[in-house]
Write a protein that binds this ligand. Structure first.
Ligand code: ATP
Ligand code: MG
Length: 436
């Protein structure tokens, strides 16, 4: 019999159908066995009774995570026996059950809270939990709406390389890769150079790129491998323009996920983010002053949390921009207007207590960029490939980069960014734990 998806069952009451899916829960009530069977469209209850002895015989062995096909008749459930969820109004009375795959006894019941390392050790199993499914459904929605917003704003997507000849940021620790002819390559720490180059052909370009960071940081906000959404745009007057595009993206993403995933926010005990018409903007020094702190070149994680609490309380915003960091604290390609020195035209976007995005207006003048490199002790010779973009003329431009895992984690107020990576890599793990 052709497969019917669970979500179609309310339209099939009284009919015989065949469903396929995974058993989430088995419950025994006297001579009856109840199975909650999930497929990609939802979960439905199946009843197996002695009236179908063949099905009952098979059902006796069934446990959570077994994969089955079940033929039966769809029945409407009464008001008293109605189940939970959108398909709680119907059930399938089993006539025949076929086992497609058995599952060994689980190391722990799925959905119960386990230690985060135990969770990561068993990802092929634990990713099937509702919590994980929610997190990665949210992530897919964020990515989809982020892309759509940039396309709407006339950006062209391109694919950035993950293998690079040098470290893009000229600072962040990079992983080395043995390349051909004894040449050492690196895993990209950022698609920065490539997106700037793409301003040449496209004016407005973006990429969803893998970044790899070898910093030895064991925190709840750093991964060794992350995904970032980077855009870059030409013909800007200052950093306000990329900030404006980013604000539009954030509004589009928030509006999409608020509409699509109201139930998810509720399950995570949070609400859709607040985003006012204008996201508040503070200079670094204003932010520190607001927090009652003295001047400093950067913000500490506790300051990021503090200023976000302030923005929520005083401005009704879960987002806040921080601008005007000292130039020396920012990447070498960050533009500094002489009238604004020693502050640069860089910005960070903080969301619910954490930096999720960094950006700036970039230096677009060839000579100025070379001078800045020398100031930073970088050898322009080593950047000759990238520098061609400037040698042959690039308009004033700027852009920024959002960490997808950080954005997802804060969206659902998941405390550890690693939980927002389906397959997190950190100092202690590549799938399995690295023994020390
Ligand atoms: P931080 O100072 O918080 O370590 P960063 O300033 O080094 O981050 P950027 O180089 O500005 O990070 O990267 C742009 C964005 O990419 C960050 O705002 C963040 O969302 C994300 N990102 C950067 N590094 C990591 C990482 N190791 N793990 C997860 N996300 C990251
Ligand atoms: Mg940053």
């Amino acid at each position: 019999m052709e497969r019917t998806l669970n979500k179609e069952l309310p339209n099939s009451v009284g009919k015989s159908v065949s469903i396929s899916g995974r058993i989430e829960v088995r419950r025994d009530h006297g001579k009856l066995i109840f199975l909650d069977v999930r497929d990609r469209s939802g979960t439905v209850q199946v009843v197996v009774s002695p009236k179908a002895p063949g099905a009952l015989e098979v059902a006796k062995d069934l446990r959570a995570q077994w994969v089955v096909s079940i033929e039966g008749e769809v029945k409407a459930r009464t008001e008293n026996t109605k189940g939970e969820g959108p398909l709680g109004g119907v059930e399938l009375v089993a006539q025949a059950i076929q086992v497609l795959a058995k599952a060994e006894e689980l190391p722990f019941e799925l959905g119960t809270e386990v230690n985060i390392d135990t969770h990561f050790d068993h990802l092929p199993l634990t990713l099937r939990s509702e919590r994980s499914r929610d997190i990665f459904t949210m992530q897919a929605s964020i990515l989809e709406s982020y892309r759509a917003s940039l396309r709407r704003q006339e950006f062209t997507e391109f694919q950035a390389p993950a293998l690079v000849g040098g470290d893009a940021e000229g600072g962040a620790a990079a992983f080395k890769v043995e390349y051909y002819n004894d040449k050492t390559a690196f895993l990209a720490t950022s698609p920065q150079f490539y997106k700037q180059i793409m301003v040449g052909p496209f004016e407005r370009a973006f990429t969803v790129a893998k970044i790899f960071r070898a910093e030895k940081s064991a925190t709840t906000r750093h991964l060794s491998e992350a995904n970032c959404i980077d855009f870059e745009m030409g013909f800007i007057d200052d950093e306000r323009e990329p900030m404006h595009v980013l604000q539009e993206v954030m509004r589009d993403v928030v509006s999409y996920v608020s509409k699509e995933h109201a139930d998810m926010f509720a399950r995570f005990g949070t609400t859709p983010p607040l985003i006012p018409d204008e996201i508040p903007v503070l200079t670094l020094q204003e932010a520190l002053k607001t927090l009652g702190k003295k001047e400093a070149p950067d913000m500490e994680p506790e300051d990021e949390r503090g200023i976000c609490e302030w923005a929520k309380k005083e401005k009704g915003s879960d987002f806040v921009f921080i601008t005007r960091y000292p130039t020396k604290k920012r990447a070498f390609y960050t533009y500094e207007d002489p009238a604004e020195a020693p502050y640069s035209r860089g910005f960070d976007l903080l969301f619910r207590g954490l930096e999720i995005n960094s950006g700036s207006q970039r230096i677009h003048d060839y000579e100025a960029l070379i001078a800045r490199m020398k100031e930073r002790g970088l050898d322009p010779e080593k950047f000759s490939f990238y520098l061609q973009a400037f040698k042959y003329g690039l308009p004033p431009h700027g852009g920024c980069s959002t960490g997808l895992e950080r954005f997802t984690a804060r969206m659902l107020e998941v405390p550890n960014v690693k939980e927002a990576s389906a397959f997190p890599r950190d100092m202690s793990r590549i799938d399995t734990r690295i023994s020390d």
